[in-house]
Ligand binder design. Structure first.
Ligand code: R5P
Length: 228
């Protein structure tokens, strides 16, 4: 199986966690794509009744096409479960997310959800975090100053650009600065520093958050229990 087939495998497996009547957070990315397609099929074929809370415009568009009922995070009184992808997961189940620039809404939905389920192919499982560039969402005003401070601290920042060379804008019209760190020795200390920088809206460290991970391996999906 190639990487895409592993993503499809875990995406389709993950909808088994969705039960009738649930409010379900729908993450973002190429792995979540398969989960949302499979959820759409269950709604159509089994009459499953759920409410979806999306984490990006891309996922909202896909869900609408599949007639998945949606509500915003502020319209629901709870979220039972969010199913999302991840860019890296360390051996102690900390994560980096935001490769698709959706980290802000993803984190808002995750912290408001009773359970967090991540679906990844096996290439995302790492000993330490940091090989994947850490996304930091910043407001445009003063972003060059934040960039300069990151550079002075040796965090190797780059502004994320689109294919046409212009700066990428998130769904909230912010910029992404990616930090090229190779290895993050103390994710909690880095997270504390980043969130205190004025102008930083959110960062892609998702710490102490995930309950269950489904890993796509050649021999089939493996379910890992991270925390209650
Ligand atoms: O902003 C994007 C999200 O955090 C994604 O969940 C993450 O980048 C993983 O995406 P993919 O499943 O496409 O590798």
């Amino acid at each position: 199986m190639d990487q895409n087939e592993l993503k499809r495998l875990v995406g389709e497996k993950s909808v088994e966690w969705i039960k009738d009547g649930m409010v379900v957070g729908l993450g973002t990315g190429s792995t979540v794509y398969y989960m949302v397609e499979a959820l759409g099929r269950r709604i159509k074929e089994e009459g499953l009744k759920i409410t979806g809370v999306t984490t990006s415009n891309v996922t909202a568009d896909q869900a609408r096409k599949l007639s998945i009922p949606l509500a915003s995070v502020d319209e629901v009184d709870h979220i039972d479960l969010v199913i999302d992808g991840a860019d890296e997961i360390s051996s102690d189940f900390q994560g980096i997310k935001g490769g698709g620039a959706a980290l802000l809404f993803e984190k808002i939905v995750a912290i408001n959800s009773a359970k967090v389920l991540w679906i990844v192919d096996e290439s995302k499982m790492k000993k330490h975090l940091g090989a994947f560039p850490l996304p930091v969402e910043v407001i445009p005003y003063g972003s060059q100053k934040i960039f300069d401070r990151f550079e002075a601290k040796g965090l190797n920042p780059t502004f994320r650009k689109q294919a046409n060379g212009s700066l990428l804008l998130t769904d909230s019209d912010n910029y992404i600065i990616d930090l090229h760190l190779n290895e993050i020795k103390d994710p909690h200390a880095l997270a504390d520093y980043l969130i205190k920088e004025v102008g930083v809206v959110e960062h892609g460290l998702f710490l102490d958050m995930v309950n269950t991970v489904i890993v796509g391996k050649q021999e089939g999906p493996v379910i890992l229990h991270a925390r209650d």
